[in-house]
Design a protein around this ligand. Structure first.
Ligand code: ZN
Ligand code: ZN
Length: 293
């Protein structure tokens, strides 16, 4: 039995997707860090929702990330309190238009430790017309296979454009409640070096998605998407999906086989720097995408 092969018992060593009171989580940065330390995690990402989220579900403004950064600095600099744990400043950005732009601008993306992004329906779209077109198609897609097909192509274009035009380390809950071509998305994620998330908070149709994406060579990350510190350290649902999909430790960037040294794995996943090598591929892909429109 190979340590990292199929069938080994896997352990999550980093959780990049947790929310705090700065968006719609219940914990403070410190409470999340305490929970992560108790669970033996080595890295914790604070990934609050971007400001385009409606109804106060996102951060108040981009400046909020500076407040979170100060809270994180306090924790990382108190040596010994959370020995072995690094807290990372991240975000869960929203895709805000059909061109794949995010509500976290590029300058802030480069300034964060880790960039997560997701397709959320509850946002203020950048253009009202696009927002209306999206909602109308979504409402009609159940009644017309033509509209459903058009919606699927557009969703796939929008999400892949977001991957190509931004520095997204992790795409959160891919395909959750949207009709998307998973194989196409997975192929683009390989080119841009974006990890696809196995989300323990929403597991609707996750298994089917992971199986298709894995066949296309995608790499994954398991995360709690914790909205409460108690959910940090609870990865059973994600690990179960990984087991059922037949994934091995090599395909998931934040797990090790039980008892294995975590350092080599942590060193391999360097959010925001691991994308540098894919710059050329990104521009090639943008060209393809523009021709496709
Ligand atoms: Zn989300
Ligand atoms: Zn989330």
């Amino acid at each position: 039995m190979g340590g990292r092969g199929h069938g080994a018992t896997l352990e999550v060593i980093a959780d990049y997707h947790t929310h705090t009171i700065f968006s719609h989580g219940q914990g403070t940065v410190r409470l999340n860090a305490q929970a992560a330390a108790r669970s033996g995690l080595r890295q914790l990402g604070i990934a609050d929702h971007g400001p385009a989220m409606r109804w106060g579900l996102g951060v108040e403004s981009l400046e909020t990330f500076e407040t979170i950064r100060r809270d994180i600095r306090d924790i990382n600099e108190v040596s010994g309190t959370y020995r072995g744990l690094s807290v990372l400043l991240g975000c869960e950005a929203n895709i805000i238009d059909f061109e794949g732009n995010l509500d976290i601008p590029p300058w802030l993306q480069s300034d964060l430790d880790v960039v997560l992004a997701g397709f959320h329906v509850q946002i203020r779209p950048r253009s009202l017309t696009q927002g209306m077109r999206y909602l109308v198609d979504r409402a009609l897609s159940g009644m017309s296979s033509y509209v459903a097909k058009r919606e699927r192509i557009r969703n796939t274009d929008v999400v892949t454009a977001a991957l190509i035009n931004n520095k997204i380390d992790i795409l959160t809950h891919p395909g959750l409640r949207i009709n998307i071509d998973t194989a196409e998305l997975a192929k683009v994620s390989v080119q841009t070096g974006t990890l696809l998330e196995i989300n323990c908070h929403h597991d609707d149709a996750m298994l089917a998605f992971v199986k298709v994406a894995a066949r296309c060579g995608a790499r994954f990350v398991i995360s709690s998407d914790a909205h409460n510190p108690d959910q940090i350290g609870q990865y059973e649902r994600g690990l179960e999906v990984a087991r059922k999909a037949g994934l091995c430790g090599e395909q998931i960037m934040n797990v090790i086989a039980k008892g294995e040294d975590p350092e080599p794995k942590l060193a391999r996943f360097r959010p925001s720097t691991h994308l540098a090598g894919s710059a050329k591929k990104r521009s090639d892909l943008s060209k393809d995408l523009h021709e496709y429109k």
